[in-house]
Design a protein around this ligand. Structure first.
Ligand code: IPE
Ligand code: MG
Length: 234
């Protein structure tokens, strides 16, 4: 049962961590953990959508994840593609719009095609915006924004916070209100570093494939009870 909440975050960002440990605990190959974890994404997205959360961003693959063994990377890409192809049409029926965040062009062509199809299919939806951070890095995002600002010939005095925000991959999305990270890791790991300047953080020991609706209830309840001051004295 959903708890009664005083306040709901507009933008929830999630770092789904612990797929590997979940598999290792069961004596399974790491890719089984990714399979189970990536499958869990739709459940959690739909539940947040039921709550009325307007923006959800998921960290699917970071620019640092390239340092993993190639076998794990290509397995993970295959799993991501399968789930996009299967699950996005279902999310589409709920009016969810998919947006990609990151350097898409560096991913294999077949994964790019799959992401582009998802974006295209859901382009005109007016429901929740789902940000898929695939090949995303917070530093690279700022580098790419600076490159575009310079390429557009924008004079220095015209550069302000809004202009920078509008050149990030997340252009059009509000800043993150609540960031959730699973699997007992207390780090941001280069995720949405600009957009989380005033976010509330929720860390849990639960491994991502086990992360359930009740864990969302807990995170949203904890968020609703916090006092946000944004640096002011209230
Ligand atoms: C998170 O699970 C998934 C991705 C980073 C793509 P991990 O693969 O990081 O799982 P652990 O941290 O090794 O348990
Ligand atoms: Mg990890």
């Amino acid at each position: 049962m959903k708890p009664e909440l005083k306040r709901l975050p507009v933008h929830v960002a999630i770092v789904p961590d612990g797929n590997g440990r979940w598999a290792e605990k069961r004596g399974l190959p790491r890719l089984k953990g990714h399979q189970s974890g990536v499958k869990n994404m739709r459940t959690i997205i739909e539940y947040l959508n039921d709550y009325g959360v307007k923006y959800v961003t998921l960290y699917g693959f970071s620019t640092e994840n390239w340092a993993r063994p190639m076998e794990e990377i290509s397995g993970l890409f295959r799993i991501l593609k399968e789930r996009i192809d299967k699950d996005v049409p279902k999310l589409h029926r709920k009016g969810i719009r998919v947006k990609h965040l990151g350097r898409l062009g560096e991913l294999p062509q077949w994964l790019q095609d799959s992401v582009n199809r998802a974006v295209e299919l859901t382009r005109n939806n007016s429901g929740m915006v789902l940000g898929l951070a695939f090949n995303y890095g917070g530093h690279i995002e700022i580098v790419d924004a600076i490159r575009r600002i310079v390429a557009e010939g924008i004079p220095p005095e015209k550069i302000d916070e809004k202009l920078v925000s509008d050149h990030l991959y997340t252009a059009g999305l509000p800043d993150v209100d609540l960031l959730i990270r699973t699997a007992d890791e207390v780090r941001l790991s280069n995720f949405l570093i600009w957009q989380t300047a005033y976010s509330e953080y929720h860390f849990t020991k639960v491994l991502w494939p086990d992360f359930a609706k009740s864990d969302i209830d807990q995170a949203l309840l904890a968020y609703s009870q916090r006092e946000r001051r944004f640096g002011a004295l209230l």
